[in-house]
Design a binder for this molecule. Structure first.
Ligand code: ADP
Length: 377
């Protein structure tokens, strides 16, 4: 089936056309500067995409569309076929994901207007984590905050964690429903997920993607009083704190640079801030791996994925070198190898295999879209 995969941001729209039977990517692209004169809105962006589709596909037609939607709240536990009611629900969840859900809804509406007959599917970043037990998703705050404001942990990157868990289990020859693992998705945003019996039982991102690991520009875990104290006594506004913690913190806050490649290079050249950033980031991840090893009842694999996880061997080495207490050891040669295939990078005697597994959120979205689109026929 020919599936168009759409990832709508507020000012950009990423797309891919995939043939699901062969996993072939026929076309991928990015429309930027939505909201500016040349591309005033998502409908205009879609016209640009349509132009590319016609040039490349000729008379082959798209058969279904899959949309990445960041927040599915408590309602969405799996991908769904989109109706007008579903779009309204995605919009209703906007307070939980103010940057992402309104943009996704705009992209979906533009497509519904243009191709009303085409089956469309929403795939939610949060859905995979709806199997977490309540003790893992509850914050220890008054019940009212949960009931009235939805204050709980949701988790993100679910499509990636799901995809990578499946591939890792297959690589090790373990049945998915018995698989226990710790999966580290390390991109600009980063999160780590505890997999037990093949499903998510805990994850490091929470109410928003701010919680958890040290990321490119996000702080990850911190004491919430930092925010309240700086707003009450430090003359910072809530908006400034939001920006500082989401855009100016993490690797960037500590080293001045948010890109892992540059941070690794600067550290090697003797830059103290870059070295500290790597120490803080790898230590934070080690703590999560240790904690989640316990949460899953003994991991059968520790898995690295996404831009940093797949490509930065120096960062992987820093993390794995600190896991000696778990009996985990790295195979230095395998760790520095470059490959697009899933592979084991731990030494033969390592108590837990360490894997690198490339993620592919688009293929997962295309697969889910095909499955639901078939039921719609
Ligand atoms: P996003 O969350 O935007 O999808 P990615 O998964 O593309 O992010 O990851 C981006 C991160 O991956 C950046 O920190 C970048 O430095 C890092 N990265 C990408 N390629 C490499 C590489 N070859 N070596 C080291 N780090 C890399």
């Amino acid at each position: 089936m020919l599936v168009l995969v759409i990832n709508s941001g507020s000012s950009s729209l990423k797309y891919q056309v995939r043939e699901t039977s062969t996993e072939e990517v026929l076309l991928s692209g990015l429309v930027e500067r939505i909201g500016e004169t040349e591309v005033p809105d998502h409908a205009a962006a879609l016209e640009t995409v349509d132009g590319h589709l016609q040039r490349v596909l000729g008379d082959r037609a798209i058969e279904a569309v899959g949309h990445r939607v960041v927040h599915g709240g408590e309602r969405f536990t799996a991908p769904v076929l989109i109706t007008h009611e579903i779009v309204r629900e995605i919009e209703r969840l906007a307070p939980l994901a103010p940057l992402h859900n309104p943009a996704a809804a705009l992209g979906i509406r533009a497509l519904l207007d243009k191709w009303p007959k085409l089956p469309q599917v929403a795939v939610f970043d949060t859905a995979f984590h709806r199997t977490m037990p309540e003790y893992a998703w509850r914050y220890a705050v008054p019940d009212d905050l949960y009931k009235r404001h939805g204050v709980r942990r949701y988790g993100f990157h679910g499509t990636s964690h799901d995809h990578v868990a499946g591939r890792a289990a297959a690589l090790l020859g373990i049945e998915r429903h018995r698989f226990r693992a710790v999966i580290a998705h390390l991109g600009n945003g980063a999160s780590v997920t505890a997999i037990r019996d093949g499903v998510s039982v805990d994850t490091s991102m929470g109410y928003t993607p701010l919680e958890g690991l040290v990321m490119g520009t996000r702080s990850g875990d911190l004491d919430a009083s930092i925010v309240t104290q700086l707003v009450i006594r430090g003359n910072y506004t809530a908006e400034e704190m939001d920006r500082i913690l989401n855009k100016d913190s993490g690797l960037k806050g500590l080293s001045g640079d948010n890109d892992m490649r540059s941070v690794v290079e600067s550290a090697a050249a003797g830059h103290d801030g870059a070295e500290l950033a790597l120490e803080v980031a790898s230590y934070r991840l080690q703590k999560y791996i240790g904690g989640y090893h316990v949460a899953v009842g003994g991991a059968q694999a520790i898995v690295f994925t996404a831009g940093i996880g797949e490509n930065s061997w120096p960062f992987r080495k820093r993390v794995v070198d600190g896991l000696g207490a778990l009996g985990v050891t790295l195979d230095e040669m395998s760790n520095v190898e470059r490959s697009k295939e899933p592979r084991v990078i731990s030494a033969a005697g390592s108590a837990i295999p360490v894997l690198v597994v490339p993620t592919d959120e688009e293929s997962e979205i295309a697969r889910a879209t095909e499955e639901l689109a078939r039921t719609a026929r």
